[in-house]
Design a protein around this ligand. Structure first.
Ligand code: GLV
Length: 328
């Protein structure tokens, strides 16, 4: 029996390509070309499955042009690049890569929070520019982390990881807001108190965004929400571009309506709103929260396991739209 044909949308670890080749006829993209929609269709139209990243979009047009496609396995946990309703309607399975990146991403969220509150990149630029000539009592004085109030918007697995780091490691008071409240034992484990979104915005010294992107979470933080925050507050976005109104945030940072922001994700990335590049009180990183070698390998291996499980006996590990499996 011939092997299923798989398209690997972007470059990936060579050992992952080798694993895939044991099970599939693989068309790889080790040159790491990013595809337009038409190019993606040209690559995918005769494939049975796709190994995807968070940058590749699957929508109704792509699905209509690729009738042979049965599964898109993304190595990201977030899947707002996949039109799940259209995939389900077309009978195409979607799988993602949760859990394996939780701790690494929570580490990064905390690192970005610390770098932002303690003004690390701003002060490094100052030093590198040769401007450090003497001590001064308020030179790059920032905000404390320990003992401060940590607000978390979106309390899934990564939010809970950040809560634990703050409460247990830094003696922070943790408050959170989420679509649904956590079970009491999880709240106790995270030492986190549920509050309204308004109280979260008004009370947090540091606010970390970890909610999934959807039409409902678009611009969850805009001018009105920023106006409720403390002028001394920091805002951290490790969730998705589009959850924050980047233009409104740049204006708030410029006018010092909040103290600082740390951003790993951007509206329309890899483009970054030009105003964010001109304000000094922002730490900017290129969507790398899950980027450690072991974690990226674990994500890629989980995406591979999902493809293998699906084609072997219709048993992927982490399906997003499992209803498709019932009708296959
Ligand atoms: C990264 O942003 C992911 O969703 O895995």
């Amino acid at each position: 029996m011939s092997k299923p044909k798989i398209f690997v949308a972007r470059a990936i670890f060579p050992e992952v390509i080798s694993r895939l080749e044991e099970h599939f006829e693989v068309q790889a993209n080790q040159a790491d070309k990013a595809w337009t929609k038409a190019e993606l269709i040209a690559q995918l139209h005769d494939k049975d499955g796709a190994f995807m990243t968070g940058s590749d979009r699957i929508d109704a047009d792509v699905l209509a042009a690729c009738p042979q496609l049965k599964i898109c396995s993304t190595m990201a946990v977030g899947y707002n690049n996949l039109d799940i309703d259209a995939m389900t309607a077309a009978g195409v399975l979607a799988t993602n890569a949760p859990d394996v990146l939780t701790e690494t991403t929570a580490d990064f969220g905390f690192a970005l929070l610390m770098a932002t509150a303690r003004r690390m990149t701003e002060s490094e630029h100052y030093l590198r520019a040769g401007k450090w000539t003497q001590w001064s009592y308020d030179m790059f004085a920032g905000a404390d982390i320990h003992g401060a109030t940590l607000g978390i918007l979106g309390m899934g697995r990564i939010g809970q990881g950040i809560a634990k780091r703050g409460a247990l490691g830094f003696g922070m008071k943790v408050i959170y807001h989420n679509r649904s409240r956590l079970a009491p034992e999880l709240e106790a484990e995270c030492k986190a108190r549920y509050v309204s979104k308004e109280e979260l915005l008004k009370t947090a010294d540091h606010l970390v965004l970890v909610l999934p992107y959807s039409a409902a979470s678009h611009h969850s933080i805009g001018a009105a929400e920023l106006a409720l925050m403390k002028p001394s507050a920091t805002l951290i976005n490790i969730a998705r571009g589009g959850i924050v109104d980047d233009a409104a945030l740049a204006a708030a940072l410029r006018d010092k309506r909040i103290a600082a922001a740390g951003l790993d994700v951007f509206e329309g990335e890899p483009k970054v709103h030009p105003d964010l590049l001109t304000v000094p009180n922002v730490v900017l990183t290129p969507h790398i929260a899950s980027a450690t070698v072991p974690t990226r390998l674990a994500m890629a291996n989980l995406a591979t396991d999902n493809l293998i499980g699906f084609f072997k006996d219709k048993k992927p590990l982490t399906p997003i739209n499992p209803a498709v499996l019932a009708i296959k």
